[in-house]
Ligand binder design. Structure first.
Ligand code: NAP
Ligand code: L37
Length: 292
């Protein structure tokens, strides 16, 4: 069996089209557009790339973006001030502080300072708390986890009653995606670096979400025949034949897994573009709340 390839790039393009239509309607009816502030601290190449892609996607759908590119040695107080000013700016409906922050910054204090109504990344402790509890809807759901669920929804995958295995328990991906699957009534297993017999645990999954950051760790024979595989990993591996000297691979060995799974996301072109589409969606929703 060769798996259906879940085309995240195409699904994300459809979603951006939906958002663009709504932004145009908002502009026509209310003479205003949603605004996203991006806060980038330091010069990590990957973070720079992602923030650039996010701003470009904003421009494409008519969302205004406000960039704050700050030096790696910015003080806690100065960074806090940037966030507070954005909280007070009525043209800004969403604030994205790209993680990770430098070691000397207290991440929790910065994320807690973001106004709940503008927390489009969904990382404010109150939003995370609500996400983790039954029937306590968070104002915003984190973008990558929301993108994973949206891919399952738009592919017609049933979640309820299925065995879902999440590889990874990070604040950004593993933990929140696990909560979302649980709320959708999956039977859930969360794995991490101390999990024993990982291949056997993975083999029980009807739905596998891989978010470990280990290139091609999950092999074809770990996967249950017919499983749906969402590969969140984005790992650069050396490749002398590639123009840039590297290529991107997921946490799953795609060539092997696609012969076993019923559906699978590629890397690139799977979850990555969905992360950005969900950020646009959250920003638009935030701006709409302000209109109500
Ligand atoms: P992270 O913070 O490094 O967390 C990795 C998680 O995987 C941890 O929970 C860790 O366990 C677990 N882990 C590491 N090695 C393992 C192993 N050998 N066996 C089992 N579990 C293992 O990473 P992250 O931020 O969640 O990102 C994960 C991947 O997703 C990365 O490749 C990242 O680039 C990618 N990502 C993609 C997007 C997107 O939009 N596509 C967005 C964000 C991240 P412990 O908790 O025990 O340490
Ligand atoms: N919302 N996302 C949010 N907040 C953060 O603090 N760190 C972080 C975050 N992570 C993030 O933006 N990740 C991410 C990862 C991959 C893509 C986008 C965002 C992406 O689009 N990847 C493309 C390939 C990109 C490339 O060519 O370099 C893909 O197709 O997977």
């Amino acid at each position: 069996m060769t798996a259906q390839i879940i085309d995240g790039k195409a699904i994300a393009a459809t979603i951006r089209g939906e958002i663009k239509t709504e932004v145009e309607a908002m502009q026509a009816q209310h003479d205003k557009v949603p605004g996203l502030a991006t806060v980038l601290v330091g010069e990590r190449k990957d973070s720079q790339t992602y923030v650039r892609m996010k701003k470009k996607a904003c421009a494409e759908v008519g969302i205004a973006s406000f960039s704050h590119d700050l030096p790696a040695d910015i003080s806690q107080a100065d960074l806090l001030k940037v966030v507070q000013d954005l909280n007070a700016n009525p043209d800004v409906h969403g604030i994205l502080v790209q993680l990770p922050l430098p070691d000397h910054i207290d991440e929790e204090e910065i994320l807690s300072a973001i106004s709940l109504e503008k927390d489009v990344d969904g990382f404010h402790p109150i939003n995370i708390g609500r996400l983790s509890m039954k029937r306590r809807d968070p104002l915003f759901v984190p973008c990558t986890p929301k993108g994973c669920i949206e891919l399952l929804n738009r592919t017609g995958v049933t979640i309820e009653g299925k065995r879902a295995v999440v590889l990874g328990r990070s604040n950004i991906v593993g933990l929140p995606v696990a909560m979302l699957l649980l709320h959708r009534n999956a039977t859930l297993t969360i794995c991490h670096s101390r999990t024993q017999n990982l291949p056997q645990v993975v083999h029980e999954a009807d739905i596998l979400i891989a978010a470990v950051g280990r290139p091609e760790m999950v092999k074809g024979d770990w996967i249950k025949p017919g499983a749906v595989v969402i590969d969140v990993g984005v790992n650069a591996v050396e490749d002398a034949s590639a123009k840039k000297g590297y290529r991107l691979v997921g946490d799953v060995d795609f060539a092997e897994a696609k012969e076993v799974a019923s559906a699978i996301t590629p890397v690139p072109g799977g979850v990555g573009p969905m992360t950005i589409a969900m950020l646009l969606r959250n920003t638009l929703d935030g701006a709409k709340q302000g209109l109500a």
